[in-house]
Design a protein around this ligand. Structure first.
Ligand code: ZN
Length: 117
């Protein structure tokens, strides 16, 4: 009963998906950047500038969230390699398999996670 292999597959799959999202977000940011630099610099005074800025903020937010999740997955993969995967970093309890299936990169059990939140 080596639960680690399934978790590793899930983490690697998540990482591929997230890297794909990151690539798509970067491409979208490039497009917005090209539109902004292609026209007037002071697009903040342009009525069309506002939606573009909003799109920029949204994409930047997505990008940061994706990078955070990628970092969590890297940590979980490192835990797997060191045999500490699935162990709560706060109380040392085993994290239930069901929770790891939903949140493969989590490092806290349900109790500690809800206490921290
Ligand atoms: Zn805990």
């Amino acid at each position: 009963m080596d639960q680690g292999d399934g978790s590793r597959d899930a983490l690697l799959h998540h990482r591929v998906v997230l890297l794909g999202e990151l690539t798509a977000t970067d491409a979208a940011l490039d497009r917005v950047r090209a539109i902004r630099s292609g026209g007037q610099d002071d697009d903040e005074h342009d009525p069309d500038g506002a939606p573009l800025s909003g799109e920029w903020s949204r994409l930047e937010g997505n990008r940061r969230a994706t990078i955070t999740r990628l970092a969590e997955i890297e940590c979980a993969l490192s835990d797997l390699a060191h045999g500490s995967y699935g162990i709560c970093i706060d109380c040392g309890a085993s994290i239930p398999e069901g929770r790891l299936e939903v949140l493969p990169a989590t490092r806290q059990c349900v109790d500690c996670s809800s206490r921290a939140g």
